[in-house]
Design a protein. Structure first.
Length: 276
């Protein structure tokens, strides 16, 4: 059951009581109205629950959801659906290009693993709109394993949906990166960061760059033989700093040259936007 009275009116992301794997595993979308009424839905297992101050919580369906989640097979490589979606995307233009420019991002080369879709459906909410679509590949082997989607507006804001970013369900994320510059561009050095926008902010000072998706993947980013130096665009929070330190130590142990950024704001994209 959800502790409804612990949350203020608005939208929240919390751990699902049916399939949650810890406090950081926030797959449950929680919406609470000003009068106290609320509804919750898990994007992974479809657990649902509603709440009314005068009647309490109801319509919880955890048993069915747990069975569904357990039966979902994980794709170790990109599924046929994912490949079809990727092939149906377009080179960066229109709203997607305007979004990146508004965010003060450096535009990656055309042969990087990021495209856009003008009318992509956001399945949790039913919203349809433009989205950046990035191919997630194994950092070491380059094998396609998933897609990362970000619904955007031309003014540099993410779409007003929850959540505005999604990976393909049932696909592996661990060990994955978004190659914003192709392998051929990686000769002596490489830059990495957690998010796409942060990596494309780092690219103004150092390129080629890849995005690691999140702190966990950045922390585990493997040493790549032949790459002599690594520049890490670290997020300025405990999790981001810890991930950067872990990655930097691995590369230093392999006798690579390592640089880690520092900034007062949360990430490099925040710094660029404030400066602009």
């Amino acid at each position: 059951m959800i502790a409804w009275t612990h949350y203020e009116a608005g939208k929240h992301r919390v751990s699902c009581p049916a399939c949650g794997r810890g406090d950081r595993d926030k797959t449950l979308g929680l919406t609470i109205e000003p009068d106290g009424r609320g509804v919750a839905h898990c994007f992974r297992c479809d657990f649902t629950e509603s709440y009314r101050p005068d009647a309490g919580a109801r319509e919880a369906r955890p048993a069915k959801s747990v069975i569904k989640a357990a039966a979902t097979a994980t794709h170790n490589t990109l599924s046929d659906y994912g490949r079809s979606l990727w092939e149906g995307c377009e080179p960066l233009s229109g709203v997607a290009l305007a979004y990146l420019n508004a965010r003060r991002c450096r535009i990656p080369p055309a042969d990087g693993d990021i495209r856009w879709h003008p009318t992509l459906k956001h399945r949790p909410s039913g919203y349809v709109g433009p989205a950046l679509v990035a191919l997630v590949t194994d950092a070491a082997t380059g094998e396609a394993i998933s897609l990362h989607r970000t619904w955007v507006y031309a003014d540099g804001r993410k779409a007003d949906i929850d959540p505005p970013r999604l990976l393909l369900g049932g696909h592996r994320k661990q060990g994955g990166v978004i190659r914003l510059w192709p392998d051929e561009a990686v000769t002596a050095g490489l830059g990495i960061a957690e998010g796409v926008e942060t990596a494309l902010s780092l690219a103004w000072a150092y390129a080629p760059v890849w995005a690691c998706i999140d702190a966990g993947n950045l922390a585990a980013f493997p040493y790549l033989p032949g790459v002599q130096s690594l520049v890490i665009g670290a997020d300025n929070d405990p999790k981001g700093a810890g991930a950067a330190d872990e990655c930097a130590q691995r590369w230093a142990d392999a006798d690579a040259e390592v640089f880690v950024t520092q900034q007062a704001t949360n990430d490099l994209n925040d710094t660029l936007r404030e400066a602009a």
